[in-house]
Design a protein around this ligand. Structure first.
Ligand SMILES: Cc1ncc(COP(=O)(O)O)c(C=O)c1O
Length: 458
């Protein structure tokens, strides 16, 4: 993959006229990651994935609480120091004279749109910047015209908020929602056939995840999108966990719309997301907040949300620079290495069940799910926190309108800053649970990830 190197000059170009303001900032950790990448150029991503000296430079790029082991990066990830500092800097700058600098920074956002489109493989005119995946996906979910009786096909393991969005349209407009169930891990063929068999003359939309927020089940997005296109069905893909996590190009997916949380795997400040809409589909979707008719074909109509904190969006430029300094392949290989490190250490125990696909070719990177026969995962998660200060999220199936699935698991999601020692501590905690059991308390109800629990900060 083409690596775009970042430089202070590029950054000044990004900031443009606004950079005339005097301020200081520290790019040291970004430069160290770039230098580390240059020093390993020529070696394979799989080889570098095991090189702790390289990853030490990446780890130093973050200001973290290392008294806790964060294996819940599927929630929202910490942003690197250089990104956080740049966000404060943009905010401070805008705050000096909002009417002046806000417009300047807003204008410069075009640079970010261009760089993001270049990195992730689409036309800049197909990419809208949003405040998260919920916003991105709801724009298209609520923005497509549907008649009473029209059908949307989705799955029981799609994200709860997105399911709720369809449910609301069902209650309000009388559309029909079909939720497919699938076992985990599922094969790509199985998932394709489920969608194929669900098509009726009334089917108008397919909505599914690129990878789920539960077991990180990967979907064959291109195959399902081609099938949908051949039947006149619109595809909306939830890429909250995919973009910035493992390498692919948006245009290769061939879907109609794709929503992303950039505060997850791209490590952007909280409040960043994006929406890709295939160019000819832009006029098919109404924006969430009204836009003038002249903007019907303009991707920017999805961004008209009034006054909002531009500093958060501007710092996306540095998040992208940090991502590029590591490189998409190196990052994905490291995530997979960390997952395989704990999974391989545990999988031979007959009571351990891994619910994510770990064999080749790679279908799992930094999110995977595991359970121990005979132990309630809510008890296991509490034990992890209380005894080992490890943060993991218990997954428990619920009833509609929540996600519905028939397994329990811990979702384990490290990140580029995770150390092998932290992964090994998780393995030790699991072995302790296997040998000695865990205190039991159980838990009420279910409904996916991140169930509120007074003991677990999730
Ligand atoms: C699969 C999936 N879709 C959508 C979302 C919503 O993302 P955001 O919090 O950026 O709105 C999440 C968040 O965890 C998610 O996991």
């Amino acid at each position: 993959m083409k690596q775009e190197s970042w430089s202070r000059r590029n950054f000044l170009r990004t900031v443009g006229a606004a950079s005339a303001v005097s301020f200081t900032w520290n790019t040291a950790n970004l430069e160290r990651v770039e230098a580390a990448s240059q020093s390993v150029a020529g070696r394979s991503p799989e080889d570098i994935a095991r090189d702790e000296f390289y990853w030490r430079e990446v780890q130093l790029g973050f200001k973290l609480d290392r008294t806790l082991i964060n294996l819940n990066n599927g929630f929202t990830c910490p942003t690197p120091r250089v990104v956080l500092e740049s966000m404060f800097r943009y905010m401070e700058q805008i705050n000096m004279l909002p009417v002046h600098y806000q417009h300047m920074v807003a204008g410069n956002i075009q640079t970010i749109r261009r760089r993001m489109a270049n990195e992730f493989g689409c036309d800049p005119e197909e990419l809208a910047l949003t405040r998260g995946a919920s916003e991105a996906l709801q724009i298209v979910q609520n923005g497509i015209d549907l008649e009473p009786g029209d059908e949307v096909v989705t799955t029981e393991q799609d994200y709860p908020r997105m399911l709720t969005t369809w449910d609301q349209r069902m209650r309000r407009e009388g559309i029909k929602i079909t939720r497919l169930q699938f076992p985990v891990p599922a094969t790509q063929d199985h998932l394709y056939k489920l969608f194929e068999q669900a098509i009726t003359p009334k089917t108008k939309v397919f909505h599914f995840c690129h990878t789920t927020n539960l077991t990180a089940q990967l979907f064959p997005v291109q195959r399902i999108s081609r099938l949908a296109r051949s039947k006149g069905i619109v595809t909306i893909v939830d890429g909250a966990h995919a973009l910035g996590h493992f390498p692919f190009k948006l245009r290769d997916l061939e879907c109609d719309a794709y929503g992303v949380s950039l505060h997850k795997w791209l490590l952007a400040p909280i409040g960043n997301g994006c929406l890709y809409v295939r160019q000819e589909m832009i006029p098919r979707f109404w924006p969430l907040q009204a836009a003038p008719e002249q903007q019907d074909y303009d991707i920017r109509k999805f961004e008209s949300i009034g006054t909002h904190p531009w500093g958060i969006r501007a710092a996306l430029g540095e998040a992208l620079a940090f991502h590029q300094a590591i490189g998409a392949e190196r990052k994905a290989a490291r995530m997979r290495y960390l997952t395989l490190r704990w999974a391989n250490a545990l999988k031979s125990n007959p009571r351990v069940r891994i619910l994510s696909k770990l064999d080749e070719p790679a279908e799992t990177w930094g999110v995977a799910a595991v359970n121990i026969e005979g132990i309630d995962v809510r008890d296991l998660a509490r034990f992890m926190m209380n005894k080992y200060r490890i943060i993991v999220v218990p997954l428990v199936g619920g009833v509609p309108p929540n996600q519905v699935f028939d397994y329990q698991a811990l979702r384990v999601s490290p990140n580029v800053y995770t150390t092998t020692e932290e992964i090994d501590t998780f393995v030790e905690a699991m072995q302790d649970a296997l040998e000695n059991g865990v205190p039991t308390q159980g838990g009420a109800g279910g409904g996916g990830a991140a169930m509120p629990d007074p003991v677990l900060p999730i």
